[in-house]
Design a protein around this ligand. Structure first.
Ligand code: BTN
Length: 328
């Protein structure tokens, strides 16, 4: 059953900027108006403020701008896929918390969100700067029971979905730098870190981590990141509603995961990838361990491997590595 605070919030958000009568809220919740008032007090304690007008009721006049689990839940589209939500003020890494929850037997799917990570990490063990600064740190957790070979395109498919979601939500055109970087205008907007555990030739646990720069002012990022990073607020010119965006991302990732598992994503994947692929036709270098390859990127093959045409003109396939775009 939904907590009364969530029911009240949904009613108020649905009617925004209008009022909802105390009687209607009391009827909806099956409690007295005093009971409603008490639950609204709990919302006030979280940073919500309401205007109360005699004979009209209540309306929402202020909401917390930081990550708020009730607001995320209230913004999830009715009828969208369901997942349990774990929203933490601070954690070492949402991916690590996901692992712990999996090990403790938590049913999937579930989502771990945090305001701040103390040991946020990126690919190749790099640090992912994760202060409580209005950015998004999230892990989406599944037990897919798919054969490992199927997973090669997973992060790419998720990246394409996230780009489309950001394009629709923010009215900008982001891009993906194969295999896991989200970019806008030559600067990094976010990154994905997919981690899987294989058991008897099946993917047992799958953790899809996403770090997205949303509202942190770029100048507040560590100095080394400032020249190469951007945020959605900078790209759009205004701060974003973090909780509404988080809800939209959750809905999209869960839907994309289902399509991936059903294998019904293939018909749209190529078009989506081509729309957001930042590398195709451009000079790139790829680093794979101690190996370094330079050439012109030629998109991806059916397995999600990157094609690079070197000096001899023949395309080579790479299923892993880190790419650098030589010009934006
Ligand atoms: C990269 O670009 O190298 C990937 C960055 C992934 C960062 C996210 S933030 C949420 C999740 N938890 C982590 O510790 N990392 C991922």
């Amino acid at each position: 059953m939904n907590p009364p605070e969530l029911v009240i919030l949904r009613e108020l958000l649905d009617r925004e900027p209008g009022f909802v009568s105390g009687t209607a809220l009391a009827r909806k919740l099956g409690m007295s108006r005093v009971g409603v008032w008490m639950h609204m007090g709990k919302l006030r304690a979280q940073g919500f403020a309401f205007e109360a007008v005699r004979s009209r009721g209540y309306r929402l006049v202020r909401r917390p701008t930081g990550l708020n689990p009730l607001l995320v839940l209230a913004h999830l589209k009715p009828g969208s896929r369901q997942a349990d939500l774990l929203c933490l003020p601070e954690v070492d890494s949402t991916n690590d918390e996901a692992e712990r929850q999996l090990a403790a037997g938590r049913p999937t799917p579930f989502v771990v969100l945090a305001r701040r990570q103390t040991v946020g990490r990126g690919r190749f063990g790099r640090v992912w700067h994760s202060e409580d600064n209005g950015n998004l740190y999230a892990s989406f957790v599944f037990r897919p029971q798919l054969e490992p070979g199927r997973m090669q395109t997973f992060t790419l498919w998720m990246g394409a979905n996230l780009c489309e979601l950001v394009a629709n939500f923010c009215h900008i055109e982001p891009g993906i730098k194969w295999p896991n970087d989200l970019y806008f205008s030559g600067r990094k907007l976010g990154g994905m870190l997919t981690e899987a555990r294989v058991d008897a030739d099946q993917i047992r646990d799958l953790v899809f981590g996403l770090g997205l720069n949303v509202n942190c002012p770029r100048a507040a990022l560590p100095a080394a990141l400032v020249p190469q990073a951007t945020t959605l607020a900078e790209c759009t010119g205004h701060p974003l509603d973090l909780n509404r965006l988080a809800a939209a991302i959750i809905g999209r990732v869960l839907a994309a995961y289902e399509q991936f598992v059903e294998d019904s994503h293939r018909s749209t994947f190529a078009d989506m990838w081509n729309r957001f692929d930042l590398l195709r036709g451009k000079p790139v270098t790829l680093v794979q361990g101690s190996r370094r390859v330079a050439g012109i990127a030629g998109g991806i093959d059916d397995e999600g491997s990157l094609l690079i045409r070197g000096e001899n003109g023949r395309p080579q396939r790479f299923h892993a590595g880190e790419t650098t775009l030589l010009e934006h």
